[in-house]
Design a protein around this ligand. Structure first.
Ligand code: FAD
Length: 350
C-alpha cells in the first residue's frame, strides 16, 4: 500500500486547485480521477466570473466577490507556471432589467444609456429593456483546466487518471481510500467528485454550444439575460447557454434545447442566427438543497468534502482551495464557512 499526506478524489477545478494549494504548502498529494482531469462540469462551464449575480444566494455573495478579487492573481500563477493562456477577459458584462424583476438592481450595476450601449456593443439589441454594465470577467474553463492540471503536475501533485474512488473511510487514525486500483492510505482525504460527490449533492444539467460568427469581433462583453448567456472568447468563437435541468446523471445533448438557446441568443444579437454551430455539450453542476457549497470535515474524521459549487465553481475555486488546505492542515479556515458546513444536512438523531 502507498501512502500520501492527502488524497483527493475528483480532478475538476475544485480538486485540482485544492491539490495545488496543498502541494504548495509542502503536502504530498495524490489526485485521482475516474476519467481524465477536467472533463466534467469544470470544462463544460461558461467560465463567467459572476461576482455580482443577484441569483447568487446571499450567504455566498461576499465569498464570490472575494474570489473575483483574487482571480487575476490565481490566473497569472497558473499561466506563468503552465505556459497556457486561459483567456481571462475583463471587459465586463452587460445584463438586462428583467433579471431583477422584483428588486432594484444591485449597486454594482450601472444603467447604460442607449448611446453608451450602442457604443459598447453595437450588435446588441435589448428590445427597449434597460441595460446595465457590471464589472465582471470570464475565462475559458477548458483552458483553465489544462493550465491548472499542468501547474499541479509540475508542482509535484501525483495524478492518477482512470481510477475511481469507491469509498473514503477512517482506519487506525488514518484515511483509507478504496479505489478501482486498490486501497491507498493518507492522513486525510477530500471528496471533490462534483455532481458525483453523493448526498446531498444533486446533478443540475446545463446545455451549451459554441458558435463561430462570420463577423470577427462581433461582441466584446459577456451578455447575461434570464433566457440567454453569450460569452465571447478572444479566439472569435462565442459560447451560448444555458439551461438548469433536473435530469439525473443523463448528459444527452437534446437538439431542440440547443436550437432554443441559439434562437434566444439571436434575439439579442441577430448576427448570431447565421453563426455556424461548432460544438454542443452538456455538463452536470454539483447542486445542493440550499444552493450553497459544501466545505469542511465530514462526520468521518480525516475525510473532507469540497463540493456543491453549483453554478459558480469556476469562480469559487481559488478561495475554496485555500480554505480546504487550511482545514486539512489543521489551521483556521480563514473565512467564516459555517454556512457551508457539510454537517448542515446531517440527520439529527433523536
Ligand atoms: C453548463 C454549465 C455552465 C456553468 N457555468 C459556470 C460559469 O459560468 N461560472 C462558474 O463559475 N461556474 C460555472 N459552472 C459551474 C462549474 O462548472 C462547477 O461548479 C464546477 O466545475 C464544479 O467543479 P468540481 O471540480 O466540483 O466538479 P467537476 O468539474 O464535475 O469535477 C468532478 C470530477 O470528479 C470526478 N469523479 C466523479 N466521481 C469520481 C469517483 N468516484 N472517483 C474519482 N473521480 C470521480 C469526475 O470525473 C470529475 O473529473 C457551470 C456548470 C455547467 C454545467
Amino acid at each position: 500500500m502507498n501512502s500520501w499526506d492527502v488524497i483527493i478524489a475528483g480532478a475538476g477545478i475544485i480538486g485540482v486547485s485544492t491539490a495545488l494549494e496543498l502541494r504548495e504548502r509542502g503536502a504530498r498529494v495524490l489526485l485521482l480521477d475516474r476519467g481524465q482531469p477536467g472533463r466534467e462540469a469544470s470544462s463544460a462551464a461558461a467560465g463567467m466570473l459572476s461576482a455580482f449575480d443577484p441569483e447568487t444566494p446571499a450567504g455566498l455573495q461576499d465569498f464570490a466577490r472575494e474570489c473575483a478579487r483574487v482571480y487575476p492573481e490565481f490566473v497569472s500563477k497558473l499561466e506563468r507556471a503552465s505556459g497556457i493562456s486561459v483567456d481571462l477577459r475583463q471587459h465586463g458584462a452587460i445584463t438586462v432589467e428583467n433579471d431583477f424583476s422584483h428588486e432594484a438592481p444591485p449597486p454594482e450595476y450601472r444603467e447604460l444609456q442607449a448611446d453608451e450601449l450602442q457604443r459598447l456593443e453595437p450588435q446588441l439589441n435589448t428590445h427597449g429593456r434597460k441595460a446595465f454594465f457590471v464589472s465582471e470577467g470570464c475565462v475559458d474553463p477548458d483552458l483553465l483546466m489544462q493550465a491548472a492540471t499542468r501547474t499541479a503536475e509540475l508542482a509535484g501533485v501525483e495524478l492518477k487518471t482512470s481510477v475511481a474512488m469507491h469509498e473514503l473511510r477512517a482506519r487506525n487514525g488514518q484515511t483509507e481510500v478504496e479505489t478501482s486500483a486498490g486501497t491507498f492510505t493518507s492522513k486525510a482525504a477530500i471528496n471533490c467528485c462534483g455532481a458525483w460527490s453523493g448526498t446531498p449533492v444533486k446533478p443540475r444539467k446545463g446545455h451549451m454550444l459554441y458558435v463561430q460568427p462570420q463577423q470577427s469581433g462581433l461582441l466584446q462583453h459577456v451578455f447575461r439575460a434570464a433566457d440567454s448567456y453569450i460569452v465571447p472568447r478572444t479566439s472569435g468563437k462565442i459560447l451560448l447557454g444555458t439551461t438548469v435541468e433536473d435530469a439525473g446523471f443523463d448528459k444527452t445533448v437534446l437538439p431542440g434545447t440547443i436550437d432554443t438557446l441559439h434562437a434566444a441568443a439571436a434575439r439579442y444579437v441577430p448576427e448570431l442566427a447565421d453563426a455556424q454551430v461548432i460544438s454542443t455539450w452538456t455538463g452536470l453542476r454539483p447542486g445542493t438543497p440550499d444552493d450553497l457549497p459544501l466545505m469542511g470535515e465530514t462526520g468521518t474524521p480525516g475525510v473532507f468534502l469540497a463540493s456543491g459549487h453549483f453554478r459558480n465553481g469556476v469562480l469559487l475555486a481559488p478561495l475554496t482551495a485555500r480554505i480546504m488546505a487550511n482545514l486539512v492542515m489543521g489551521k483556521p479556515a480563514g473565512w467564516d464557512i459555517s454556512a457551508f458546513s457539510p454537517m448542515r444536512f446531517a440527520t439529527r438523531k433523536a
